[in-house]
Design a protein around this ligand. Structure first.
Ligand SMILES: Nc1ncnc2c1ncn2[C@@H]1O[C@H](COP(=O)(O)OP(=O)(O)O)[C@@H](O)[C@H]1O
Ligand SMILES: [Mg+2]
Length: 293
């Protein structure tokens, strides 16, 4: 099981979009994924259509060491994708809730999460305080989505230094993911600068500007099921293939199969709804037939 924290001291750079999209892509490819919303704005809980639930990550931070693992497992909620679960967040999640910056790490280790998941992705609020430190200490690697702007790029060196000082035993920045990319001279210059500053760590797949990310959130849809053929979805498929060394063909096949299944299921649902019986009543012999297959 690999635990990855998605972090950037800046807001609005695409951390939550990255966490949600990568979590969905990995889940649709067949991996078992747990997303953890570690931001009081709980945007990831909204993106994955669960909203705030009780208990949530705040209760985990508040729980005593002995009680936290059971509480953590109790806070896991199913999302619209079978392989993707989430621990939601809530508005009351503040830095003060974190007593010990190793609490989340110990909780995850104690509750035997590796039996259930291949990947754990932790979405973070902007800043580098105790909440982020808890996530960095709990993870193996830190992924950093970034804009291609002067201050954003400058700030990354400082951010890495701060992380090393504050979380000497935590995960390290292994990947930087350029977001909001346009093929213009300014962006390509920042991209070249990033590659010089962090050789070997900048993803070669950049995420382009695409309104589809806002659309799916507003409409409560899943990027890879409802907008598979958008620029945004295609770039995330390529990115997931690059970051996790997956076979891109497999990722595409698996996504389009899932999408086709989804479309068939929706058509079936529409048909039965129109006929006035949803869920459909399965005939007895049809069920038995399935069992003997
Ligand atoms: N590549 C992109 N193109 C267009 N809009 C994007 C892109 N990535 C993210 N967004 C949008 O930008 C806004 C901020 O993204 P978000 O993931 O919430 O950032 P953060 O979590 O870092 O604050 C959201 O409205 C999101 O839909
Ligand atoms: Mg966010």
């Amino acid at each position: 099981m690999k635990i990855i924290s998605i972090l950037n001291h800046k807001g609005g750079v695409g951390k939550t979009t990255f966490t949600g999209s990568v979590a969905q892509a990995l889940a649709l490819t067949g991996y078992r994924v747990l997303a953890i919303d570690n931001d009081s704005q709980h945007n990831l809980s909204s993106l994955l259509n669960t909203g705030v639930r009780q208990p949530n990550i705040l209760d985990v931070y508040r729980a005593a060491d002995g009680a936290a693992p059971k509480l953590f497992l109790g806070a896991v909620v199913k999302t619209g994708l079978p392989n993707l679960h989430i621990v939601t967040s809530c508005g009351g999640l503040i830095d003060g809730a974190v007593g010990d910056v190793y609490h989340l790490k110990h909780t995850i280790e104690t509750c035997g999460l590796e039996r259930y998941y291949d990947f754990v992705l932790i979405d973070n609020a902007p800043g580098l305080d105790k909440l982020q430190a808890a996530a960095v200490n709990a993870c193996h690697e830190v992924f950093v989505p970034t804009e291609l702007r002067q201050f954003a790029v400058d700030g990354l060196v400082e951010m890495e230094r701060t992380l090393k000082n504050r979380c000497p035993y935590g995960g390290r920045v292994t990947r930087i993911i350029p977001n909001f990319y346009r093929n213009i001279r300014r962006h390509n210059t920042f991209l070249a600068a990033l590659n010089t500053m962090f050789p070997g760590r900048v993803a070669s797949t950049c995420i382009p500007v695409d309104p589809v990310f806002d659309e799916v959130v507003t409409e409560g849809k899943i990027l890879f099921l409802h907008r598979l053929y958008s620029k945004g979805a295609a770039s995330y498929i390529k990115l997931v293939h690059e970051l996790f060394m997956l076979d891109e063909e497999n990722v595409w096949d698996s996504m389009s199969n899932k999408r086709n299944e989804h479309i068939r299921e929706q058509a079936r649902e529409r048909f039965f709804r129109r006929a006035g019986s949803w869920p459909p009543i399965v005939a007895q012999d049809e069920e038995e037939g399935d069992e003997h297959e």
